[in-house]
Design a protein around this ligand. Structure first.
Ligand SMILES: Cc1cc2nc3c(=O)[nH]c(=O)nc-3n(C[C@H](O)[C@H](O)[C@H](O)COP(=O)(O)OP(=O)(O)OC[C@H]3O[C@@H](n4cnc5c(N)ncnc54)[C@H](O)[C@@H]3O)c2cc1C
Length: 456
């Protein structure tokens, strides 16, 4: 698809309208590894830059670029369930998360993923993939059994622990767009567990205490329980502890009791058993929609979800935060609500530990294995928001970084952050040298490059 074609103005769009100015030379919709190989060869012959696109959710807009050939794997979207839970499912690299959940879920299987339904399986898995089942079953990348990748010299490689092991290692957390174009993923599946959803809202005045108690509870509770603590600004401030447990509601309530007895009475509470696909629809913000509607309206004919402009950054919590850091987190959200009431956003603390930390930091390329939680700070806006307000939001994020973050813990490569100067160390830590060695071996000419790619 090229500029001038009727569908091009929409086809070039990514999830985040921040990147709407990007105008690729062409988009090559690839139906299989052969198409990908021809596209790479064509781009190299004509000295075009390549951008690789699956779900188009890159926080840095790195799956497009003006003057680039976009290699789009959306047509490679098949999801083939395992013959039985516990065996291997095959997922095309253009599949969106909600389709993976729906197809596998209706066969009694799951692969742990992320929360946003429209995210692509490729970007998610290559950068790790953290979601509500991570404490129980690990990252998406931890469940990868093999990945098929088209390399810069247009070879099709099936990488696994037995073949091209170094590249397989790099594809489990080394980040999308660095080593080649993934065309399919083979995942170990899990039988569906019982599932309970829970949500507790509290008065904002309790934010310091709730966050403090939550961080102590969330790292010690049974690994079947995943949760987050959300300090948000929208119309005022709001405070929520929400989560998912791989157990029935009675057992989950017992696991929650030590936390709830230490907190003030919630202003809203919900705890209930749920089925897997419904649970993922709820997590996805798709309650009341069909699966077909739980897609972006720009990319899918029946999609009912809209794109969203946002900016975000991330960090990790290595040990329980002391009173000063807790206060800084609460103050930052107070400040967002008071100074920039037109912006939604805030700080979300997602529990880690459990199966994520049972893997050593060097066993896969995903290095962030010693932390009790991640922090994602973000703000979002609409087309009506003045650009000076967006600029003030960016300054607010800098304030969060300076007052709440621990620079020694790094940042999540899937929340890729164009403002980070030490990005390679922040995303990959002690795995960086080995990732560079893999890059030198597989892509010595640096064909797959973008502003924050791994350099050979
Ligand atoms: C609303 C929202 C919610 C999110 N929630 C979560 C979450 O719960 N958990 C989580 O872990 N992450 C989450 N993320 C982050 C998400 O995992 C990353 O943004 C991810 O990179 C998106 O993948 P994508 O395929 O959709 O995006 P793309 O923009 O298509 O790709 C992202 C990167 O991967 C590369 N890439 C894409 N396809 C391929 C391919 N086939 N082969 C090789 N490289 C490829 C791109 O070039 C780009 O550099 C969320 C993001 C958003 C916007």
């Amino acid at each position: 698809m090229r500029p001038g074609e009727r569908a091009y103005p929409v086809a070039r769009l990514l999830y985040n309208p921040r990147f709407d100015a990007l105008a690729p030379l062409a988009i090559a919709y690839c139906a299989g590894p052969e198409d990908v190989a021809r596209s790479i060869a064509f781009a190299r012959d004509h000295a075009f830059e390549i951008a690789v696109r699956s779900g188009g959710h890159s926080y840095g807009g790195y799956s497009s670029g003006s003057g680039h050939l976009v290699i789009d794997v959306t047509p490679i979207a098949g999801v083939v369930p395992a013959s039985a839970p516990g065996r291997t499912a095959v997922v095309g690299s253009g599949a969106r998360l909600i389709d993976v959940y729906n197809v596998l879920g209706t066969h009694g299987q799951l692969v742990p993923g992320g929360s946003c339904p429209t995210v692509g399986i490729a970007g998610l898995t290559l950068g790790g993939g953290v979601g509500v089942f991570a404490r129980r079953y690990g990252l998406a990348a931890d469940n990868l059994a093999a990945v098929t990748l088209v390399t810069a010299d247009a070879q099709v490689l099936r990488c696994s622990p037995e073949h091209d092991e170094a590249l397989f290692w790099a594809c489990r957390g080394g980040g999308g767009g660095n080593f080649g174009v993934a065309t399919s993923f083979e995942f170990a599946t899990h039988a569906l567990p019982p599932i309970t959803l829970f949500t507790y809202d509290f008065a904002w005045s309790a934010a310091h205490d709730v966050l403090g108690e939550w961080q102590d509870w969330s790292r010690t509770v049974n690994e079947a329980v995943w949760s987050n603590c959300q300090l948000l600004s929208g119309a005022g401030t709001s405070l929520r502890v929400a989560g998912v447990s791989c157990a029935h509601s009675g057992q989950t309530a017992a696991w929650l009791a030590p936390l709830l007895t230490r907190l003030p009475a919630p202003t809203y509470s919900f705890l209930g058993d749920e089925t897997y696909v419904n649970e993922m629809m709820v997590e996805s913000g798709c309650s009341g929609l069909t699966v077909a509607a739980c897609h972006l309206d720009t990319t899918f004919p029946h999609g009912a979800l809209s794109r969203q402009a946002f900016t975000a950054s991330s960090n990790y919590v290595s040990a329980p935060m002391g009173a000063n850091r807790l206060s800084a987190a609460v103050t930052a959200v107070d400040r967002l609500a008071a100074d920039l009431p037109g912006l939604g956003g805030g700080l979300v603390f997602d529990a880690l530990g459990g199966a994520v930390n049972a893997v050593s930091p060097t066993e896969t390329a995903f290095v962030h294995r010693r932390y009790l939680a991640s922090i994602q700070s973000s703000f979002n806006w609409t087309a009506a928001t003045p650009m000076r307000t967006v600029a003030a939001g960016a300054r607010w994020l800098e304030h969060v970084r300076a007052t709440v973050y621990d620079p020694s813990t790094g940042a999540y490569q899937n929340y890729i952050d164009p403002t980070l100067t030490n990005f390679a160390e922040a995303y990959y830590g002690e795995n960086l040298a080995r990732l560079r060695a893999v890059k030198r071996a597989i892509d010595p000419d640096d064909v797959f490059r973008f502003a924050q790619s791994i350099r050979p």
